[in-house]
Design a protein around this ligand. Structure first.
Ligand code: THU
Length: 160
């Protein structure tokens, strides 16, 4: 038996102002996108904004459904929209902000496992890391230099 230790590295900023202007702008687009969330069941609003290498910014928000599993997270709404609209563009950065309507969300909210898998697909496809920034409604911002840092042991297509 061999024990395998997996480590990851993240950067934690105490607030959005500590980050460069272009990231603040991208995160502001994610914060604004939260207003378009359709979340009558969870009352949890998530916004995502993706910067592409053609300088376009694609936004998404969570869209829920009375048949709960039919809803979709903000990150996948955005990433599939980006893939559908600009299929040849590379995704450089994604900013995510989440806010509960029931309490002030001050802790950074990371993308769920399914969204990490979806983002990983595009990172592998484009052979270029996608930077991930995530926060709550306010407070700390976490940066990951690559989706891979958030999803060790990714399932990917080379095994198919
Ligand atoms: N949600 C996201 O949009 N992104 C995530 O990474 C986690 C969860 C949404 C899905 C659902 O509409 C609500 O937040 C509560 O789970």
């Amino acid at each position: 038996m061999k024990e395998v230790k997996i480590e990851t590295v993240l950067e934690v900023y105490s607030n959005l102002q500590e980050l460069p202007d272009d990231i603040q702008k991208l995160m502001q687009a994610a914060i604004n996108a939260r207003n378009n969330a359709y979340s009558p069941y969870s009352n949890f609003n998530v916004g995502a904004a993706i910067l592409l290498d053609n300088n376009e910014t694609i936004i998404g928000s969570n869209q829920e459904n009375a048949s709960y599993p039919s809803g979709l997270c903000a990150e996948r709404t955005a990433i599939y929209y980006a893939g559908a609209k600009f299929s040849n563009a590379k995704m450089l950065k994604i900013a995510i902000s989440a806010s509960s309507q029931n309490q002030l969300t001050t802790q950074p909210i990371p993308p769920c496992g399914a969204c990490r898998q979806a983002i990983a697909e595009y990172e592998i496809k484009q052979s270029l890391p996608i930077e991930i920034y995530f926060m709550g409604a306010e407070g700390k911002v976490v940066k990951s230099k690559s989706l891979a840092n958030l999803l060790p042991l990714v399932f990917e297509s080379s095994v198919l």
